[in-house]
Ligand binder design. Structure first.
Ligand code: SAH
Ligand code: SF4
Length: 353
């Protein structure tokens, strides 16, 4: 049966303080509780500098998390791990942790499923489930902190590139970003948080006005409307030129360079014409292009280009005068399209602890 208690992270700081007051406890305990959550405490009992009575009261009234890990996969010799979480109500989402020598990046989900329906994306193939609540997003990060702490690592970067379109769940995503960045909670610099979007222009404009310098990633994949209408169907509503205009407005307002994502699909968007169109679109803009070799998804008509074709396309884009990098297919490069890692890649399954 579902535990009806609210997860503690569903409370704001003010709500937690109100709860402490109601229970005749000093409000400064709130900071301590958040401190423990930020260190990935696995239970209220583990918060051992809190009085026993407080720990018992927390346990009586709250759950430590609403997420239930149901499957764990790993790749790259356990440097990449993907957890499938079941949410209250039965939907599930995945989160991927990628470990590097100098950083650890979490790829986070913002929705169960995705309403945008890009034809090359595994998430878009399932019916849309629901928006995640802010605490469900933050809980993915707290879980990653806990796992990484056990390896003496710290969570340093968060990318909204898992399941879902973050801009279609704007309020919860924004609140979760604020909480991830809150020094009393996870304290991750907004600059180390990437919000990736298929291109909801009004939300990009809204984000530019929030005073939060997060890195914006635009999933472009095509520089002409005719092709982008197919690859990223929301393009029919928000066409390429307007989208780049909004993204560059974001760059101007925040001073942050925009990342443009380009999933390489053999014979579809890796031709000289594509490189030239991309050059025309982004030349002399505060922009960086990330080429992502397609991670094959079953029942799609798409294929990944071979190494030589990837190199050729990168060179053509470079020749257009753009900054460009190729991400590695396993999702090992920073900010990879990690939520889209196919089971084929996350080959070995390990027991959930
Ligand atoms: N919905 C948002 C964020 C999640 S998708 C967006 O689309 O930006 C994160 C990135 O993964 C996007 O750039 C998306 O185009 C890419 N992606 C989706 N399916 C992929 C696949 N099979 N192989 C490689 N990248 C993929
Ligand atoms: Fe949704 Fe992004 Fe997948 Fe498109 S690529 S279906 S927007 S998750």
């Amino acid at each position: 049966m579902l535990d009806p208690k609210p997860p503690v992270l569903s409370l704001s700081s003010a709500e937690l303080e109100a709860w402490l007051v109601t229970n005749d406890l000093p409000v400064y305990r709130g900071r301590q509780i958040w401190g423990w959550m930020a260190r990935g405490a696995a239970s209220f009992q583990a918060m051992h500098d809190l009085p026993k009575g407080l720990r018992a009261a927390l346990e009586r009234d709250f759950r430590i998390t609403s997420l239930r890990p149901v499957a764990l996969n790993q790749a790259d010799g356990a440097l990449t791990t993907k957890t499938l979480f079941e949410l209250d109500g039965g939907h599930s989402v995945e989160a991927v942790v990628m470990r590097y020598t100098d950083r650890s990046t979490l790829c986070i989900s913002s929705q169960a499923g995705c309403p945008i329906g890009c034809p090359f994306c595994a998430t878009g193939k399932f019916p849309f489930g629901r928006n995640l609540k802010a605490h469900e997003i933050v809980e993915q990060a707290v879980d990653a902190v806990r796992v990484l702490a056990g390896e003496e690592r710290r969570l340093s970067h968060v990318v909204f590139m898992g399941m879902g379109e973050p801009m279609a769940n704007y309020a919860a995503v924004l609140e979760s970003v604020r909480r991830l960045a809150d020094p009393e909670l996870l304290g991750i610099s907004p600059r180390r948080i990437v919000v990736s979007t298929s291109g909801l222009i009004p939300r990009i404009e809204q984000l530019a006005g929030e005073g939060l310098p997060v890195t914006l990633a635009i999933s472009l994949h095509a520089a002409r409307d005719e092709l982008r209408d197919v690859l990223v169907p929301i393009n029919r509503k928000y066409p390429v030129r307007d989208l780049v205009g909004a993204a560059q407005g974001y760059a101007t307002k925040t001073g942050r360079r925009v990342s443009y994502e380009w999933v390489l699909l053999a014979g579809v968007n890796d031709t000289e014409q594509d490189a030239k169109e991309l050059g025309t679109l982004l030349r002399r803009k505060l922009a960086h292009v990330n080429l992502i070799p397609f991670n094959p998804v079953e029942d799609t008509p798409y294929r990944a280009p071979d190494r030589a074709a990837i190199r050729r396309f990168r060179e053509m884009v470079e020749a257009e005068g753009l900054n460009v990098t190729v991400r590695d297919t396993r999702g090992r490069e920073a900010d990879a399209a990690c939520g889209q890692l196919h089971e084929r890649v996350m080959r070995s399954r390990v027991p959930v602890s």
